[in-house]
Each structure stands twice: as C-alpha cells, then as structure tokens.
Unconditional design. Sequence first.
Length: 272
Amino acid sequence: MAKTPEHIKWLSNTGNFLKTSDGRDIEIWVLNHKADDKILSAWARHFRRHYCLDTEIDILRDGTGLSRRDYLLSIVFPDSRTPPGPSLRSGDFAEILIADYLEFMLSFWVPRQRYDSKNIRNESTKGSDVIGFKFAAVDDSPDDILVIYEAKAKLSGTKCINRLQKAVNDSEKDYHLRKAESLNALKRRFVRNEDTASANKIKRFQNKSDRPYIELSGAAAIFSTATYDRNIIQETDVSSHPNVPNLKLIVIKGDDMMTLAHGLYRRAADEA
C-alpha cells in the first residue's frame, strides 16, 4: 500500500451518529482542510494522477500545441464552468475521497483506473463508483472482502439535497446489476496493461457461489457545511437495500468544499 498522504489526516470521524428513517446508523465525518500549500500541492498531484499519469502527459499532449496546464484543463479535467462539468468535478472529488478513505484508513486495495479511461471529459464514468478488495490469505479465503461504495456530493449552494439517499439507491443497483460489469471492466484494463497479477485479483471475486467471500456495501454523501441538513439526511431509507446487514452509511462535511475541489483541479493543472 502506498504511503498515507497528508490530506487524509484532515479527515476525521466525529464519533457522532444520525439515524435513518428506518433506524440505521449514519457515521458523521468532517474534513478539516487548511490552507497548507505543501499538503494541497501533494493532494493535487495525487488527484491529477487519477486522470493522467505524469509519465504520459507529454506524450498525450504532443501534437495538440497545448501546454500541460491547458491540455489538462481543456481536454482531460471536467470543465469548471460549463454544465455538467462542475457537477462532475464534485462527483469525482467525492469518489476519490472515498477511495482514499478505503485505501489509506481501512487498508483496502483500491484500483484507481476509473478516470483515465474517460473518452469525453464532461461525461460521467459508468459503473460502480469505488471498489475495494481485501485478502485474508495468499489463497482464496471465505474471509476475503469485496466492498463497493457509492459516493455522491452536494458541495455548492445553500440548499440540502439528500445525496445519501441517492447513494443508497445506486448501491442497490451495484449489488444486483453493476457488480459483474464493473469487475469485468477493471479486469479488462489490467489485461490490456498486461498486469496479470492484478487481473487475477479481480478474477477471485467474479464467482461468489463457487468461491465465497464477504461482500460489503457502502453509501457516502459529501456536503459543504452550507448544504448539510441533518433533518433531511435522516429521511434516508435503506429498508429495500439487499445487503442491509453489511451496509455502511457515512456523511462527510467540510467548509467551502466546492472551492476546495476547484482549487485541487487548478493546482493539478498549474503544477503539472
């Protein structure tokens, strides 16, 4: 596992809970980000590498006549102003933050191939949002863990929309429909990159009936302080979820989160 990045230390569990309308716990986390140029620069670099490896950017921009900065801002990253660009930035920020949470706080293996395969920058990537894996032994074990999280965000404005309910609803689709497709997409990317070892890690989770494992589900919602409303969030209903006993609900809130997200994209381009 990679060294834990410093920005993860800004993410902390408050120890407080909300309850869904059907009595399930919702963990409340806070992201206490600060104006620390060193940490923000490292976070932006980590962010950029989800979309474009530093070793590939010059090859990819060759022929465009664009600088690294302009190549990233005009061809790779979602647009900062033109819809649906800002909402895609918000969503990608939420997904990457949850991927970091799973990898660096819970020690899952979380492949980061979701964004560099985008063909059109202002379109969302299909499939499950975040997938993580944990292995109990060298050989297949029924204690191996697959976790699939849906992450939604409401980072701008002043009105709360219940993005946690949206995450729960999409998590239901993961369990019934999208798991097989998403695992296959991950495996295909590894096969094309001639990474047989990683492809075999995915293979282990493609037939649960023959090779049992633990399957966890997660729904996460990320809010700016101005869009967080505990009463609306507590209207969430998870009673129809097919994996309720293994479903985790988390909410992350922080100040000026859309400003933070835009700032990461700007730094990622400016410092490429």
